[in-house]
Design a binder for this molecule. Structure first.
Ligand code: MG
Length: 252
């Protein structure tokens, strides 16, 4: 199932993406979720970020090929940090480059969406707590990250977390092609097979620290090929079996 959140007229709802239309559902994927009778043509609705998380947890340096590209050692446990939920935007929403950064970059990532409240989940049971997977662009002001020696500021600007277009529920997250395109040109290309820590280990690791709530998002790291974005660009994160997340880049 490909779960979407969308706006039709003034109403926001969840639904299932089925080709060029959406089957409307009542409730939410975290409570009671039932298929309704109405369908909407995709072209007549606005797709929103498929979830509104209480927190966005990120994992750094989680691709073997990206660690090699950066000349960094393979971490012995997942490197964890937070991105504020106010960074969140949906498909086609603009990424706004702040004037205090001269180098804003894309990072294509597979994101895990949590289904049920959990704490201290063993890796072997992690899938029970995962609703599904979506595309995420961990937009980063690289110059500020280098200057600060951390990403707390560089990854936290409003609009720096496009996610979507859907939450795919029936995919193997550890064997998906992941790509980023800028203006149609391929910039990042890898497979989630290259992840150092698979999603189950990541959920176990993060949930040992903090309680995860329904809708929380965990971004699982980016493959090689990260690079700059300029106002006027159009950036796309594409993940096999999930879809394509496209956003224009603008200046403030
Ligand atoms: Mg990242």
């Amino acid at each position: 199932m490909q779960i979407v959140r969308f706006k039709a007229g003034d109403t926001t709802r969840y639904g299932a993406l089925e080709g060029s239309s959406i089957a409307e559902y009542t409730g939410t994927p975290f409570t009671i979720f039932r298929r309704g009778r109405r369908r909407h043509a995709l072209k007549h609705v606005v797709l929103l970020a498929p979830v509104v998380p209480s927190k966005i947890v990120e994992i750094g340096v989680n691709y073997r090929d990206h660690a090699a590209e950066l000349g960094l050692p393979i971490p012995d446990e997942p490197l964890m940090f937070l991105k504020p939920p106010t960074t969140l935007i949906g498909p086609d929403d603009p990424i706004v480059c702040p004037p205090i950064s001269a180098r804003v970059e894309h990072e294509a990532e597979l994101a895990v969406v949590i289904k049920r409240r959990c704490h201290d989940v063993p890796a072997a049971r992690a899938r029970e707590y995962i609703l599904g997977y979506t595309c995420l662009n961990d937009v980063t002001a690289r110059d500020l990250q280098m200057k600060d020696g951390r990403g707390s500021r560089a990854k936290a600007f409003d609009t720096f977390c496009p996610i979507g277009p859907c939450i795919a529920t029936d995919v193997d997250p550890n064997a998906l092609t992941i790509e980023a395109y800028v203006n149609g040109e391929l910039r990042q290309s890898s497979s989630t097979k290259e992840m150092i820590f698979p999603v189950e280990d990541i959920v176990a690791h993060v949930s040992l620290v903090m309680t995860l709530l329904p809708g929380d998002v965990i971004a699982t790291g980016t493959p090689p090929g990260i690079g700059p974005l300029q106002p006027g660009d159009r950036v796309e994160v594409r993940i096999e079996s999930i879809g394509s997340l496209k956003n224009p880049v603008v200046k403030l």
